[in-house]
Ligand binder design. Structure first.
Ligand code: RFL
Length: 392
């Protein structure tokens, strides 16, 4: 089988790319390892940046987002020294997030893709990409019936995440890996949000976070000891710990509810360099995974998909390869900016990890308090924070 562009993965990156290529009349196909229902229900991100909304709007992909998403522009820091709010929507460049669960966005993108006549094969796992040095790359995949199928293409877009076939097929790439040394227990609670802001709580026992998703479901995070299982604590113990770290005695109790999902996330990140290998291009988590501390992953994925779509359209319709040549450098500039800010957020929210040379250091603790104080009191620091927090 063949297509001009074979897209691996039906996440935000692959489906935005697929939609933009179809809109320009490019022949493409999406191969996705998971089932259609799994793709539509996988709860992950929820905070979409202004640039993401602009891209979706510009291509008629934002109907669900405007109907059911909510603008959001406030975060609250709670620390042993007190709490303060930053209305980041009116600081920096005045950008706000839209809160819209990723699985709803993916469902919308899939609906538009299919309505435009897009081809997609679910339960089809790409195994390896070959011959990317030539003009006719090909790949092998295992289809829903377990048969090995072969696809040829002009270009392959690897949007299949950190553990996908695109990354595995690279022979000459550098993967920069950094582990922040912190693990989070990510929770989805069947409970309304407890505050009308993103909540970042700093506590001697570790970080806790609160992020709205829908009026009925809220995401919480607890900094967690590495190596301890996600189900080691009862629901009651988790809520007690969240109350403690979110300073509930001072600021009011959290709205409790059933914990629907628990997952462990190491705050580890990576960047692949370069993002182009002949006729294979990486986008989204396949290109770079930022630690989840600053809600960057899905937003970078959509931005890279737009840049790649424009470049592929130029190459396939006009023989103009300049966009493809510039793709890697353009995206890496955004990626490193996001990685730098995410690293800064990570150091703001957590003490040095237990195995770090400066673990437990009072000096580091004082620096962290000073960093927070600067964010609380300096308008310039707040503008910098706001610009980076919503920017990609
Ligand atoms: P995805 O969404 O992982 O999609 C990749 C798709 O590829 C498929 N796949 C394959 N298909 C074919 N062949 C193979 N060999 C394949 N291997 C994999 C997978 O089944 C999947 O469907 O990657 P994409 O499109 O690059 O999008 C990236 C985002 O999903 C990710 O960065 C974000 O979810 C990160 N993230 C957040 N990002 C934000 O911008 N804002 C947030 O608020 C936010 N919160 C989060 C997050 C990630 C989280 N987790 C689960 C790590 C919260 C959490 C808890």
């Amino acid at each position: 089988a063949s297509a001009d562009v074979v897209v691996l993965g039906a996440g935000p990156a692959g489906l935005v790319l697929g939609n933009l290529l179809l809109a320009a009349g490019i022949d493409c196909v999406v191969l996705e390892r998971a089932s259609s229902s799994r793709v539509r229900t996988r709860a992950r991100a929820g905070f979409l940046a202004p640039n993401t909304v602009r891209i979706l709007d510009g291509h008629g992909l934002a109907d669900g987002l405007h109907q059911n998403g909510r603008p959001h522009g406030t975060c609250e820091f709670r620390t042993p020294e007190g709490r303060f709010r930053l209305d980041y929507g009116s600081l920096g460049r005045g950008g706000r997030h839209h809160v819209y669960p990723q699985q709803h966005l993916v469902t919308d993108l899939l609906r538009h893709y299919l309505a435009r006549g897009g081809r997609i094969h679910f339960r089809t796992e790409a195994l390896a990409v070959h011959d990317t040095d030539g003009t006719r790359p090909c790949l092998t995949a295992r289809d829903a019936d377990g048969r090995t199928v072969r696809w040829t293409a002009r270009y392959v877009a690897g949007c299949d995440g950190r553990h996908g076939a695109a990354r595995r097929s690279l022979t000459a790439a550098t993967v920069h890996h950094h582990d922040h040394g912190v693990t989070w227990l990510g929770l989805l609670a069947q409970a309304p949000p407890s505050l009308d802001a993103v909540g970042y709580a700093i506590h001697d026992r570790g970080f806790a976070g609160h992020m709205a998703r829908t009026p009925e479901v809220t995401r919480y995070y607890l900094q967690w000891q590495r190596g301890v299982a996600a189900d080691a604590w009862s629901g009651g113990r988790i809520w007690d710990e969240l109350d403690l770290r979110m300073h509930a005695p001072e600021y009011g109790p959290l709205s409790r509810g059933t914990l629907l999902e628990r997952g462990l996330f190491d705050l580890a990140c990576d960047v692949v360099e370069p993002l182009r290998h002949g006729s294979l291009f990486l986008a989204g988590d396949a290109a770079s995974v930022p630690a989840p501390a600053a809600a960057k992953g899905a937003n970078l994925a959509v931005l890279e998909a737009e840049i790649l779509a424009e470049a592929l359209v130029d190459a396939l319709t006009r023989g103009d390869d300049r966009g493809l040549d510039a793709y890697s450098d353009r995206c890496l500039a955004h990626i490193w900016r996001a990685q730098e800010f995410t690293g800064w957020m990570t150091r703001l929210l957590h003490a040095p990890p237990e195995d770090a040379p400066d673990a437990g250091s009072p000096f580091q603790a004082a620096l962290r308090r000073s960093r927070i104080a600067s964010l609380r009191t300096s308008r310039i620091h707040q503008d910098w924070f706001a610009e980076n927090y919503v920017g990609v």
